[in-house]
Design a protein around this ligand. Structure first.
Ligand code: TXA
Ligand code: MG
Length: 340
């Protein structure tokens, strides 16, 4: 299938909406990452998403809406707490898990009785959702298990020849996926940390918990999509954490060089000089957590393209976006080094 890559002009957004209404696949930018969209109420169209991504059918999708007024099309009931969260954080990177309407195909929800929904905060995504006038099921627009795409070129790299159209709206501003929240649990439970931080949620609804995954196992998970080994570059990734994470990272660079391997590092701007002098290929992540989140996936893809044998990254703590960054790096990692 020939894939078109077009700038997100009003004409091309209208064309994309037609494709979606006709059962086709369109990749589009959201504020978090690029999504691969299909009409959520068309089971055949949704099935094409799984084929294009090589995604297991057991992994449920997020349904995107143009606004909270569209909730009744896919959701059976909205609790008062979920209503407050939607009013506070939509449009934005918060996904709510809610009881599903019967007309949502089981493929969208992997047979669960709940559906994950959000209203994205991106002008192209919102214009597309309004023009298509159907709920859009959209996972991240990457091959299953690979790093999520934050540019149209990343989508092209993973999916060209497999989808109808990619709308290019530039690099995505948040860079990590939405926070997935189960607000029916008491207290509400973060299933996947993301763009809306735990602190932001707690300021509105009080204490929340964070789902703790059993490393290397998907036992007891509310959704199979939360399993390990995800968001991964092609090179081996070593994630350094603990009080002495920086020193551990430098030691891993030296060990890789001593073994005749090419190390790449994802580093803060202030750390790049010392690491480059040590012999690593360095991708600068910027100076703050917002920039780290925005540049993280592009960095993994860039280092892969440089042909490095191993990618090194360190922990940035659990405050703010640090929790989502830790989650993604842990799940992308082939090895975790804890240095206290
Ligand atoms: O930022 C985002 O959320 C991006 C953009 C495109 O919106 N989308 C995204 O979708 O990251 P995806 O498919 O890569 O991740 C969906 C996550 C999975 O971890 C899945 O398990 C979870 O949402 N999920 C979906 N439906 C669920 C449900 N009914 N219950 C629990 N978790 C669910
Ligand atoms: Mg994904």
């Amino acid at each position: 299938m020939p894939t078109q890559l077009l700038p997100a002009t009003p004409e091309n957004i209208a064309r994309a909406a037609e494709i979606l209404r006709g059962g086709g696949l369109v990749a589009f930018p959201t504020e978090t990452v690029y999504g691969l969209g299909a009409n959520a109420l068309d089971a055949e169209a949704v099935a094409r998403i799984f084929v294009a991504k090589e995604r297991p059918f057991a992994d449920p999708l997020i349904v995107h809406l143009s606004g909270p007024d569209q909730l009744p099309r896919v959701v059976r009931a909205v609790s008062p707490l979920s209503r407050i969260l939607a009013e506070t954080f939509w449009p934005g990177p918060l996904t709510l898990v809610l009881p599903k309407q019967p007309q949502v195909p089981p493929l969208v929800t992997a047979g669960l009785d709940t559906v994950a929904v959000r209203v994205p905060d991106h002008p192209v995504a919102l214009a597309l959702l309004r023009a298509a006038d159907v709920p859009i099921a959209a996972p991240s627009a990457n091959r299953f298990g690979h790093t999520s795409p934050t540019t149209a070129q990343h989508v092209w790299h993973d999916l060209h020849g497999r989808i109808d159209l990619i709308l290019d709206g530039g690099a995505t501003p948040v860079g990590v996926e939405s926070t997935v929240l189960d607000a029916s649990a008491s207290p509400a439970r973060i299933l996947r940390p993301g763009g809306v931080t735990a602190e932001m949620l707690e300021a509105v609804i009080g204490p929340v918990t964070v789902l703790q995954r059993d490393p290397g196992s998907d036992r007891g998970l509310p959704s199979p999509g939360l399993l390990e080994t995800h968001y991964a570059p092609h090179a081996e990734l070593i994630f350094c954490q603990g009080r002495n994470a920086r020193q551990a990272l430098v030691a891993e660079v030296q060990a890789a060089l001593a073994a005749g391997r090419r190390p790449g590092v994802l580093a803060l701007d202030e750390e790049t000089d010392v690491l480059a002098r040590a012999g690593a290929i360095v991708y600068p992540l910027g100076a703050d957590l917002g920039s780290v989140a925005r540049r993280l996936y592009a960095g993994m893809r860039w280092l892969d393209a440089q042909g490095v044998d191993v990618i090194l990254a360190r922990d940035f703590g659990v405050g703010g976006l640090g929790l989502a960054i830790r989650d993604r790096l842990t799940r992308a990692a082939t090895r975790v080094v804890t240095a206290d």
